[in-house]
Design a protein around this ligand. Structure first.
Ligand code: CTP
Ligand code: MG
Length: 239
């Protein structure tokens, strides 16, 4: 049987580095809550069967918005955990109880906080990994020169950036592998899914992405994301 593709969006974080009381997934971006953009791109993909969103227990923001345009694919759980990895693991467990997801099906984990994922990058990831043994992730080779800081922010050393990549999402692994990887105690504090898979001795594939697929971490990232979204919209209207 053909493997299916599912997406899971962890959205149970508090956005502490953003410094806003409202969790960042609900901050306004291009007239919508930030998370809307990730939900939309994944739900619009004809390759993706279902999209799961994992909210923090007691989240009272989600229902302030109308999600009915996505009801054919979107399923929402309020089983978020104390860390990103726990939110994802909890979400995968509930998803397997409530949907037809099988061990060999693919799961694309994509941060709520990455609103500028383009349809073309998503398709590139799906195409490059659909027959892969391990799975992988979107990533970008490091562009800047790397400095190791020491006392008083004085440069200790310049590090080589050769072979260094910045990990993005979606990160795409088969359901059983992802659950087994995240279930290990050391995975709880890992900040991406690939790290947990790597800890099993496997080598996820780096799929070349670009910096437009940025993560919203600090307030100034919102300004950039708004510009990128606007440019992407103009591009798609122009077609
Ligand atoms: N996330 C989650 N559950 C957690 C922590 C994070 O589902 N316990 C989600 C966030 O909502 C976000 C994604 O994981 O969509 C990436 O995490 P990050 O950018 O670190 O978001 P926050 O943890 O919310 O932000 P911060 O680290 O600044 O507090
Ligand atoms: Mg975090």
């Amino acid at each position: 049987m053909m493997s299916k593709f599912f997406a899971l969006i962890p959205a149970a974080g508090s956005g502490s580095r953003m410094g806003n009381k409202l969790p960042k997934q609900y901050l306004s971006l291009a007239g919508k809550p930030l998370i809307y953009h990730s939900v939309r791109t994944l739900c619009h993909s004809s390759e993706i069967t279902g999209v799961f969103v994992v909210l923090a227990p007691g989240d009272n923001e989600w229902l302030k918005y109308d999600w009915s345009e996505f009801y054919s694919k979107l399923v929402v759980f309020d089983c978020g955990g104390a860390t990103r990895a726990m939110s994802i693991l909890n979400g995968l467990k509930v998803a397997s109880e409530s949907s037809s997801i099988g061990d060999g099906d693919w799961v694309l984990v994509h941060d709520a906080a990455r609103p500028c994922l383009s349809e073309s990058l998503l398709n590139k990831l799906l195409n490059e990994l659909a027959d892969d043994e391990v799975g992988g992730l979107l990533a970008v080779p490091l562009a800047d020169t790397l400095k190791r800081g020491g006392t008083d922010n004085r440069v200790e050393k310049t590090e080589s950036r050769k072979d260094l990549w910045q990990a993005q999402t979606p990160q795409m692994f088969r359901f059983r592998l992802l659950v087994d990887a995240l279930y290990r105690p050391g995975s709880i504090t890992m900040t991406d899914d690939a790290s947990a898979v790597e800890a099993l001795g496997l080598h996820p594939k780096l799929v070349l992405s670009d910096v437009c697929n940025l993560k919203i971490t600090y307030p100034q990232d919102l300004i950039l994301a708004e510009l990128i979204l606007r440019a992407q919209q103009e591009e798609s209207y122009g077609e």
